[in-house]
Design a protein around this ligand. Structure first.
Ligand code: S3P
Length: 175
């Protein structure tokens, strides 16, 4: 059994929040979604924030949120935003956070999952050609997710419950 937090990383649409909530329930821990925490702190949606202040500012505050969450004493389940691994500081924080699981999906799966009004409304970085955006992100980020992950789970043909079970098992079980 690994100590510390259980942290989910991966591209947008891989199910970090849905699975994270289930994993937290299974482990009897609190769940925190870093994007939601960002929105609560800023009092505005991520899209609104991007439009007013831009990505650079977003990344600075995202790092602060990550660092605050990971310094919480009680072990949490944390769903991160897909771009959290872009910063070396964040990657180092993640490496010492506890147990990090990379939820990995093919771009085809992600395009299907995210091409809804709601999926796109929340995600300013997908404006334009969604598939092209996701392919670029996958190319730029796959090695970074790999570099922080203690376990990798392919989510393509799996339900959220099945992924949850695999995450819990990768962590050493529930007890
Ligand atoms: C981002 C992913 C989003 C959110 C922001 C930027 C990214 O989170 O943090 O729109 O750079 O991949 P989700 O992965 O939860 O959609």
């Amino acid at each position: 059994m690994t100590g510390g937090h259980l942290v989910l990383v991966g591209l947008m649409g891989t199910g970090k929040s849905t699975v994270g909530r289930k994993v937290a329930r299974a482990l009897g821990r609190d769940f925190v979604d870093a994007d939601s925490e960002f929105e609560v702190r800023q009092g505005r949606s991520i899209r609104d924030f991007f439009e007013r202040f831009g990505e650079e500012e977003f990344r600075m505050i995202e790092s602060q949120v990550l660092s605050d969450l990971l310094s919480t004493e009680r072990p949490l389940v944390v769903a991160t935003g897909g771009g959290v691994v872009l910063s070396e500081t964040n990657r180092n924080l993640l490496r010492s956070a506890g147990h990090v699981v990379w939820l990995r999906a093919s771009v085809e799966t992600l395009v299907k999952r995210l091409s809804t009004t709601r999926g796109l409304a929340k995600r300013p970085l997908l404006d334009g050609d969604v598939e092209d955006r996701l392919r670029t992100m996958e190319r730029d980020r796959a090695d970074l997710y790999q570099s922080v992950a203690d376990a990798t789970i392919d989510v393509d043909s799996r339900t959220a419950d099945a992924v949850c079970e695999l995450v819990v098992a990768s962590h050493g079980g529930v007890a």
